[in-house]
Design a protein around this ligand. Sequence first.
Ligand SMILES: [Zn+2]
Length: 1082
Amino acid sequence: MLRTLSCSSSLGFCSLFFRFSLRHFPRSYSSPSSSVAASFASASGRNLRRLSSAPGGRRLLLRPGSRLSPAVARGLNGQFSRLSVRAVATQPAPSYPDVGQDEAERLGFEKVSEEFISECKSKAVLFKHKKTGCEVMSVSNDDENKVFGIVFRTPPKDSTGIPHILEHSVLCGSRKYPLKEPFVELLKGSLHTFLNAFTYPDRTCYPVASTNTKDFYNLVDVYLDAVFFPKCVNDIHTFQQEGWHYELNDPSEDISYKGVVFNEMKGVYSQPDNILGRTAQQALCPENTYGVDSGGDPKIIPKLTFEEFKEFHRKYYHPSNARIWFYGDDDPVHRLHILSEYLDMFDASPAPNDSKIEPQRLFAEPRRIVEKYPAGRDGDLKKKHMVCLNWLLSDKPLDLQTQLAFGFLDHLMLGTPASPLRKILLESGLGEALVRSGMEDELLQPQFSIGLKGVCDENVQKVEELIVNTLQKLAEEGFDSDAMEASMNTIEFSLRENNTGSFPRGLSLMLQSMAKWIYDMDPFEPLKYEQPLKDLKARIAEEGSKAVFSPLIEEFILNNPHCVTIEMQPDPEKASQEEAEEKIILEKVKANMTQEDLAELARATEELKLKQETPDPPEALGCVPSLSLSDIPKEPIHVPTEVGEINGVKVLRHDLFTNDILYTDVVFEMGSLKKELIPLVPLFCQSLLEMGTKDLTFVQLNQLIGRKTGGISVYPFTSSMRGKDEPCSKIIVRGKSMAGHTEDLFNLINCVLQEVQFTDQQRFKQFVSQSKARMENRLRGSGHGIAATRMDAMANVSGWMSEQMGGLSYLEFLQTLERKLDQDWEGISSSLEEIRKSLLSRNGCIVNMTADGKSLTSNEKIVGKFLDLLPENPSCGPVGWNSVLPIRNEAIVIPTQVNYVGKAGNIYSTGYELDGSAYVISKHISNTWLWDRVRVSGGAYGGFCDFDTHSGVFSFLSYRDPNLLKTLDIYDTTGDFLRGLDLDEDTLTKAIIGTIGDVDSYQLPDAKGYSSLLRHLLGVTDEERRRRREEILTTSSNDFKEFAEAIDAVKDKGVVVAVASPEDVEAANKELSGFFEVKKAL
Ligand SMILES: [Zn+2]
């Protein structure tokens, strides 16, 4: 599912690998999906490290503080909204290269239909491959970020996870590319702007993107060969490695399960939100393919046989069952050339009939399900229930009009903190945070869900009643016109902006189109939103919003018996019970084996390990196409930056084409803040946006922001600065608006900063419990982030601050705050005021603006007026917090079946001086040594390293890892790995090109301006960027050997933090007596 940024969502959406971006390169900045999320992203201290794993495409379209249902986003996400159509009308109509009917015929295709789609300024042609029936959408426009995707319909019949394991396995070697993992070679050595694969409940999707045409076609060829001719169907080892196998290192030891997908899914099944999502989907659709888990249930995965796995590939990975998407500025004839080479090798198959998704029939009666989830022993378990109502909206897909209207309704009810359904549920005090909220329409039949977590057992019933009563009230009363206008503007703005963040625009469009196309509906329709939007607006204007929306609530929700209520109860025994059950099964397996069987299994384990750890021969590696250094631009990407002043305040201006939008960041210095106030900063930021002023309630303020701007967010930013003791610590206010609304934007920023009153105790209470719930979720789902922040906090002040505002200390702070809130609200309120006083000053303030030159100049006066209103606090200068956490090895114990293991140390302390080669080397360590050992043979879902070039901290991290101490051994031998490396020219070149791909990652204009601001704040000059690039391009194999010495510092002096299960921590402390200080967290 694309609505959340988490890897595995309630839709059961799994991606091939967990993408972990390095923090040194400001990767494309994407508008945070909410102001709070923003404060997280930066409070975690890994400001430039984006933990983007799933394509959060749609989510990223939205203005901060709001959400838009996929229905609206899908319908609406085009390059130009109605507003801008006029603006582009003066440009000559674009003409894109064409494929003639004859030419298509000659290549084996027939042209089915073609259209110019003004919403995305693209010419789209639907072809059908005559021999196999394979359908191809070929979209031409002037977007250099080219996208290719091939999608198969892959409905599973059980929860063995076949589609998911296959998704991982086909990228492990193919006919033309017979090496272990061509996918990893592409990760290492291409300029891809996107590379991953996903499993949906009913389809499997393989997308790639690049701005470099040669690179793009290389990626396409490797992917096509992988899906049609993978080695995995003839090689049981891949199935074992990616799926599951018994591991036995020595006949005297216990047998264990291993497998990348197996452990990935164990992680998924350790998270309550995920369990809820899966339970809901399966309960809503017990009769069709959505009643099972395409990702795989760890209890059922070991039932899967290699024969079934092969058969699934034979049946579904066939051109007749495929849909292919091309998008961008490349030659459309060439696309068909590439495809015909593959497709012509096949004859038509009956697969499309076998893979049809049958609709779920509607229930006659509502249902109710009670499910347990693994919880820790600490805290009040009575208060940890979750309850959620889920509706299957219809027995067939909705027509576009209804879907669009429902998307609007979804935004009106839940889109912003001021939206009534969200607001009433959170204000009720019946729960801590929303779960599974909103419309889901990427599967055949749309769903709507809403619920709360952190609910007291005796309040479960009350929550259910409140949800139904509120929906009834909304159906009866309708929505007020300010709310309508705010939603309308938000949606129109996001259309116009079409800001998909780091997610390629072409891929976002592909997923929108696919959501209908995959069910044999019109692939063009979801791309054309203008007319339906216009019609909807006209209907609202004519009949009133109530006439449009109330019938939807009544018909599809209130009077719809296909409703499943799910209650989730915390069970402190569940995690260890499951662990024990697994142990018993494995003991039985062992007991049923003869000595010979056991010896054979140990031999097979050894054989698999050996195979995994043997590098590919150079001939095999050489067959993966790659670029050469001469294809790489010598200069870093230039971002126009003019540093000036307005009324004595420093102003950075970036003259870039932004389609008439102005992006601004106002930066304040945090350095004079009292130490004990730091953990309050994230809540301070949220309060600014979500409490009212003397004249405006928070709802009014929120609606005003929605009506006049594209959104405002506020969050802290901290980082170390190279060569300095004091960290860079700021509060950043981000805002955007149409250039004509800049005055409104700055007025509202001023209002938020200066006029908001910190007096609403009840709202503040909600912020605290929501933040607590979010931190708990983060601990379970992103334990590696928590571990990394914790290790940073032991190393430097910036890390310490981040930990105070987004790590384990922050969670502990929130727990205490929640308890004392009622006794000392006065004190807390005045602390918030004190933070404002300390931060809000013209001194040290910086304004950053990204827009075209004309808007930059014309808005100078407005900015000046805004700055003049800021108080002139003579800064008392940095107070010098000078704090770090005590250095010690820690295990943070949580109820989980998989671990997150980290180790970090400062390599500058050894005298190492930063050189661009460090980027190449750390990427190489992640993609070879850690990938092979921690993931491939260790069985973890991810293993990677991260070098913070500002502080010098080098960290190793693992993700959903079945091991603990074993993983540390791998980290500690990294130096030896580097010393033993025998790098040939080709491998080195690939490593360099891949690194440049990271440095040059594709950015939309707002992201370019923002990255440039961060570089300015951290003192990274253009001169330094040029030098680093030069160093990257000239990295030699000797650099790798020298780096080994530096990295040994992590082994010798590094600190270890793991987020892990109680059983594994106990075992580790037995093996290495007292190695870990144990901290209980949940
Ligand atoms: Zn996966």
